[in-house]
Design a protein around this ligand. Sequence first.
Ligand SMILES: Nc1ncnc2c1ncn2[C@@H]1O[C@H](COP(=O)(O)OP(=O)(O)OP(=O)(O)O)[C@@H](O)[C@H]1O
Ligand SMILES: [Mg+2]
Length: 391
Amino acid sequence: MIDIEQKYGIIGKSDAIKEVISSIEQVAPTNISILIVGESGTGKELVARAIHLLSNRKNKAYIVVNCGAIPSGTIESELFGHKKGSFTGAVEDRKGFFEAADGGTIFLDEIGELPLETQVKLLRVLESGEIIRVGESIPRHVDVRLLAATNRDLKEQVLKGEFRKDLYYRIKTITIHIPPLRERREDIPMLAEYFMIEYADRNNLPYKPISPAAMKILESLNWQGNIRELRNFIQSVFILEKSKIIQPETVREYLQKNVGYLDSDHFDTRFPVRMDKDIDKMERELILQQLLLLRQDMEEIKTMLKQNYYMLEKGQLSLTEIPQRANDIENSAIFSKEILPVEDKSISEMEKELIEKTLEKYQGSKRKTAQALKISERTLYRKLKEYGIQR
Ligand SMILES: Nc1ncnc2c1ncn2[C@@H]1O[C@H](COP(=O)(O)OP(=O)(O)OP(=O)(O)O)[C@@H](O)[C@H]1O
Ligand SMILES: [Mg+2]
């Protein structure tokens, strides 16, 4: 047990974490697929790595795949590989992650994000132990142990038709559930001290112990972002603290500046606003809450734009499809118009920038630019005029 803590950095003394550690020890030496579930920031990646390192595959490959970060159009070729020429951009034969993990372990993080078509193929691989590269028909044998993680409720996804039932049953046989930090508050002091020491060591600074009164506050918080949030919190407070010991005032000061932490068990929203304050304070918090939500929306939009851009570059999306995608985005839940007024301009600006960048890439060649963007040269000329791009 102590060995696991020291070697793999899984800290905690609660019964819940002890149970997680004993499950790791039990399942690690087998070849069985494991599903790791828990809210964001609870340590799923840490647990997966510990399982691999404690298995007899520890000297073989450990491949981590974040299923949520790979565009759905390329995920199959990323996982199973492809044959040269099987799609635009497949300029040579390529091994996928499964082949790369042969003999070792593959960790499919955020497995709930896999597109349904890919889920079918994954199930086939798990049942047969064989993969087929995109564009090929010969199966190749692979010996890979699967670890998967999710912070979503897969059962609910199955009910909604977003996750295949057969795959769900195949992978859930052994599930390690990591409880959220607020359900194992006794781990907070140990973790907080650990992160304090870690931060001091890493930055060659003298370690600052946490005063009991400050620790009491930490123990009372809800930690929606779990251990990741605690870790970031400790780093910020370390920097903010002027004295040698972390004082409760410093913790409070930080909490006041970061409304996200001002929570209580009575409110289940992401950025709870307490209702027992004076009107002015509540109003200020509500505004800050909106700003935080806005910032989150912006992050999501940036990710979507990047994905579109990536798909355009890979030829999986053509410029003429952009208005439709833009509509989809505009109609999607994250674009709540009450909070975020959207001007058409932003989308056209995006298109303009893309055209400019592509022109630059092809040294001003309109033919090549039009080809790359999958639009006719005539449309390109029209757009150049429309956006006042001079080339
Ligand atoms: N028990 C623990 N002891 C020490 N550090 C931990 C523990 N659990 C998590 N951490 C740390 O907290 C951070 C978040 O953990 P991790 O990345 O594994 O979370 P996750 O469950 O994969 O979250 P997400 O769903 O957001 O990807 C990491 O820095 C990790 O090292
Ligand atoms: Mg993770």
